[in-house]
Unconditional design. Sequence first.
Lengths: 430, 405
Amino acid sequence: MSRTSRSDFNGELARREKRLAYLLLLPTFILILAIVLLPLLTNFWISFKPVKLGDLRPPSLIIKEALRGAIASPGDIFKIEYRFRNSSVKYPLTEASLRDTLPDGLLITTLDPACEIISEEGGRTIFCTLGDLDAKARGKLVVEAVLEEPMLVNKDILKASKPETLFIAQNVLTSFEFTLENFKKVFSAAEFWNVLKTSIYYTVFGTAGALLFGLFAAQIMLKTFPGRSIIRGLFLFPYVAPVIAVAFSWVVLFDPFSGVVNTMLLQLGAAEGPINFFGQRKVDISVFGLTIEFPIALSMVILFEIWRYFPLSFLFILARMQSIPSDIYEAAEMDGATPLQQFWSLSLPFIAGILAVLFLLRFIWTFNKFDDIFLLTGGNAGTRTLTVNVYEQAFAISNLGAGAAVAVVIFVFLLIFSVIFIRFSPKDAG
Amino acid sequence: MTGMFASALTGLVWVGLWHLVLTMMAILATGAALPLALGPAAFSGLVAGVFAALQRPSLLRNRRMTGIILIACLLFSFSLGTPFDPESLLAPWQSLLLLVLASAAGWLSIEKTVGPANAGFMTRYGTEEFYLRLFWGLGLMMFVLIVAVPFYVMVMTSLKSQHSLMINPLDFSIDYSLGVTKLLSSYIELFTDYGFMTLLVNSAVVSVATVIITLLFSVPGAYAVAKLRFPGRKWLSGSVLLIYLIPAIILVIPLYAIFSQLGMRNSLFALCIVYPATTIPVAVYMLRGYFAGLPSDLDDAGLMDGLSRLQIITNIAMPLSMPAIASVALYVFMIAWNEFLFAFMFLDDVKLFTLSRGIVSLNSSEVPRQHLMAGAVIATAPVLFLFLWFERFLVSGLTAGSVKG
């Protein structure tokens, strides 16, 4: 193939640039592949498999070596016993065998038929074929020997050589055993629909609340006043502080017995008895003779979500509002528009884009939120969302497969949200 | 609506509210069981509001002083001489201080809210302005309180003893006569008995390692996406953020399973590769924007002078984008320091615990509450210091990258 020298030069340069770009991106790509994409696929895999938490410890052959009889003077007869056991209660081991080094200075008189002695450089080796072992299978191999040279053989020397094992274990994670049991279990559980409902309440109210409070806070901080920058910093505290610290301060603050809020309410006469804010599913509130069941714990975790994430919406909205040119407000002022009219017809259209983006992204992130609820209530008292359910199934009930199935459900919801997000995200919002 | 009504309403709301807030603050600061007497306060405010509407600024020379004194007198007389403390639980100077604070804060709030309004009819414009000013003040007060109170309770609880918390949970007064060691006994105990030094070191190691690894990976990656031409570039910059939307809770089961099988789950190393994987996408996204803004002429000039692309990154692009790199570093540090889920799932060995993991184990009925709060303070203080020190960088980092939480 012939090219002109000029295009050759360009082509070579472009190719080098391309190669360099891929090279620079390669480490990132590999890491993301290994830690994000591969686990994502593995999660699907696990969700179709009957995996329990205990199965993560792979089945193995456990050997205990014991010595019977005196080992002191020449002519002593003693036994070496190898007790073996398949550690798994569910899965067999195949082609199992064990190997141990025997010191010189002893004469083997009886050998288990499964075993043979191989002489190698540096000593003798006993090799026993165990074959296939069923789940929980156990047994014993005995070697009888006569002591010849006490200098070379004693208990410590015999014990010092640890028997090695060889076997092929069936690992439930890598086997091709599949089941739909996990999904059946997840969907048929009576609480599943409640969990889904809780998730949606939490996400909708948490997101909308954080956005509204952020908008309100941004409006407040638009005015200049003494101490404004300090207060702006203060407003970001809930978001910047570790979740563990703020969640536990809320727990302490609202503690039913020693919490500040309850004690204060009681002392000022605003409540009749202590309210267990994070531990009570429902509280009866009577308004004008009507009794309403108020989901108190769920409302508290939603409030916490709003409290912790309003700073984020606040930052974005404030940045956007400050970029609005002031002359349009001056023009509106001249035309006699009132402050509220200015807000509705000038400010809102300007921040609509960022509000939409914030809503959609925060919606997804609130839906994904785990730490906050887990630390505040542990998912009890009607606050179990899908994410907490993943933990509950996988690690509290120790059913990894069912947990992974819930995670798949979350992923499907995320896909739906993302599609909506890509469809409706405004192009100009930044 | 008349200015008179607006002004009276303002007075009622503000003086009542300040009375409520100051009473609560006094309860928390001294531990005294003060009652709440909102009626006299609200009524005093109402009268002061009427006064504010009648008195135009021009008519009285020292209007502000008069207003404050008026509220003080009203509060004093309506509550029969005991505006805050009918049972004499406080020292006289404390009661006096509360009265002065309530009157001054009340009057200044009225002044600020009522503004130039007068007793007569208000236009629609004026009415809206008035309500906006009222809600501005109320909102500011609310936000400051709801943000500050949990942190205040956190710090103060950590300084108390089990005994005094049992006697009166509202008593956050600091008894300086106890001496520093008694006050800080929870902290001392955490460091001596609970091994918090190890936790701090572990957290610092993991966070700093995460920052370094993230930068090592994301700076070249972001440069490639921003400056180099290659097939798939557009697609890549779009998909970077999608990765960011995949939540940790979906990854935690497979990562737990895989790392357990490999025998590396219970290690700081595991955290040091999982954390960067979650932070690199956003770091690439943030840095890409900044790199793209650097003029390409600089790169070309560098190439002309015989620099390799890698030298261009280290000698030209990086020095010029230090602000962006600083904000990425701070943001990543904050994420790694605050991370809870993976630390909680992966670490079994007490010697390897990070702060987040260690503090969870303090949340039990055997560990006193002030220890838990002291732990929370220890975990919070470093991030808050960094935040306050580099607020400018962190805020730009937050706005650029963080839709995440």
